[in-house]
Design a protein around this ligand. Structure first.
Ligand code: ZN
Length: 346
């Protein structure tokens, strides 16, 4: 693999990433992140996501014992039709946005993150996402459903109780719009699927693949920007979570568990990240070009306390990384498959 500065194309967004492998040796004198406290109670009486507790606006959580889905009390989008904005000029364009935002608690346990859950629990989380997505998709105005999880305070997660969010909306968000165009263009030109052809090449090369089962693969994409960014790809042209069968949901749960254990084991901490699924648009037309996938964007770079910042050049010019995708994949592949907390138990 090349050791000199080069750029790599992200085929999903059609944007370039600058890779500078020779830079990893430079000294670090910047910010050092504090390691968050590891010990949380199973139940926190002050947590607004724990069972039986009160949330904002006087809502009280039921005494749930599995996953728990509710409408976000501080939603970024609301299911109310707004009038078309007519006074826009080419310089001041805007459009109303209709939407609905949900919160999905993974389990009643305040202290149990995905890498510490068993497969049964993770399967229930995926089913909750699939069912909620399918339900939101029946709302005529909803064109897109975004499932995502912010894990860790460093990613701006406001509550450590393991949960995720689902934002659904009436227009396509920017990232999905770019991915749709790339996948559609490739499909109409080649009569093949962009992500399935890409996966085949990755599986041939093996350099960036972390692990696979019958239905999904986890890999560090060729164009990764974040140090340990990964892509979880379905092995067939499945448009969304609701279209997965029982076996595929189970296989996805297994990959989700393996990947998050791998992440926690890297620096032996609860590893922070933003992750989310890209599902096909819900615009009333079939999407034979789309392959369901998840992106994981973890901020940590060289240790539990050193994070990557997207600043300066990245904000003003283009994304840039020092560690290559190949060396990040090698590092993750070399980690034990058992969670460090379970390994260190007597
Ligand atoms: Zn995507």
């Amino acid at each position: 693999m090349v050791e000199y500065p080069h750029r790599r194309l992200n085929i999903l967004t059609n944007e370039w990433v600058l890779v500078s492998p020779h830079r990893t040796k430079r000294p670090w004198q910047g910010q050092v992140e504090k390691i968050p406290a590891e010990i949380l109670p199973e139940y926190d009486p002050l947590c607004y996501l724990c069972p039986g507790n009160e949330r904002a606006g006087g809502h009280r959580n039921p005494n749930y014992n599995s996953t728990f889905v509710f409408e976000n009390d501080f939603a970024a989008l609301i299911p109310v039709e707004q009038p078309e904005i007519t006074e826009g000029t080419p310089f001041f364009q805007s459009k109303p946005e209709f939407g609905k935002c949900l919160v999905v608690c993974f389990s009643p346990r305040h202290d149990l993150t995905v890498p510490e859950m068993d497969l049964e629990m993770i399967t229930r989380v995926i089913k909750a996402w699939a069912n909620a997505s399918a339900e939101l998709s029946t709302i005529p105005q909803i064109k897109y459903v975004q499932v995502f999880e912010n894990k860790g305070a460093v990613m701006g997660c406001s509550n450590p109780h393991p949960h995720s969010q689902i934002w659904s909306q009436s227009e396509l968000p920017n990232e999905v719009d770019k991915e749709l165009k790339s996948q559609q263009e490739y499909f109409s030109k080649n009569n093949h699927l962009l992500l399935l052809d890409y996966l085949e090449e990755e599986r041939k090369s093996k350099e960036r693949i972390l692990f696979s089962n019958d239905s999904f693969s986890a890999l560090i994409p060729w164009w990764a920007v974040w140090p340990f960014e990964t892509l979880v790809l379905a092995h067939r042209a499945v448009p969304n979570l609701a279209a997965l069968n029982e076996k595929e949901i189970r296989d996805l749960a297994e990959i989700y568990q393996k990947l998050t254990i791998c992440y926690d084991n890297l620096f032996e901490i609860s590893f922070p990240y933003s992750m989310g699924f890209h599902q096909a648009p819900n615009d009333g037309t079939p999407h034979p070009e789309w392959v369901l996938h998840a992106h994981f964007y973890p901020p940590l770079l060289r240790s539990a306390t050193i994070r990557k910042f997207m600043v300066g050049y990245e904000l003003l010019a283009m994304p840039q990384r020092d560690v290559t995708a190949e060396s990040a994949a090698e590092r993750l592949r070399g980690l034990p498959g058992i969670h460090y907390k379970k390994r260190n138990q007597p």
